[in-house]
Design a protein around this ligand. Structure first.
Ligand SMILES: [Zn+2]
Length: 162
């Protein structure tokens, strides 16, 4: 990277920092000759993350769509706005960390289900009922049974002998 001031090619990196959204790296550089300081941004060459839907079509990953799906599931549940943001962040970075730039929508569905299951059982069931009921009805019913069984156990536990 040549110095934008004097054109010398001897510049060195004095600071490196990832952008808040993790999609680029910002470097502060200093020219070894004239001491001019400047900033460069490095971005991966690939396009943004793509999602392959069940019908085979591919569309760009859409963070707000992911968030909307989660928000629908947690609606009126005791789940904080910041918790949803963290969840979306976690899922997005798990996807970004993969080598493949095209992720199947089923993987996103799995990640959301897994996370909701530990977060809030009602939200989990709501999400899974939309996401799985149509494509895998048998699996949906099994999961519903499993969650209801677990809820029943929770309910019975405090009283023991009753
Ligand atoms: Zn220079």
């Amino acid at each position: 990277m040549n110095c934008p001031d004097c054109g010398d090619e001897r510049t060195r990196v004095i600071d490196t920092e990832a952008s808040a959204d993790g999609t680029s790296v910002r470097r502060r550089r200093e020219c070894q000759r004239c001491s001019f300081r400047f900033t460069t941004y490095e971005r991966p060459e690939w396009d943004s993350l793509q999602v392959k839907k069940r019908d085979g079509t591919i569309e760009p990953f859409n963070r707000s769509k992911l968030r909307a799906g989660i928000e629908r599931a947690v609606e009126k549940r005791d789940v904080a706005e910041t918790t949803v943001t963290t969840l979306v962040d976690d899922i997005e970075s798990a996807l970004q960390d993969r080598e493949a730039r095209i992720v199947p929508s089923s993987l996103i569905g799995e990640l959301v289900s897994e996370n909701l299951r530990t977060l809030d059982k009602v939200a989990y069931i709501r999400f899974v009922s939309v996401y799985k009921a149509f494509s895998e009805p048998q699996e949906f019913l099994r999961e519903l049974d499993a969650v209801l069984d677990a809820e029943l156990d929770d309910f019975e536990a405090p009283n023991g002998s009753q």
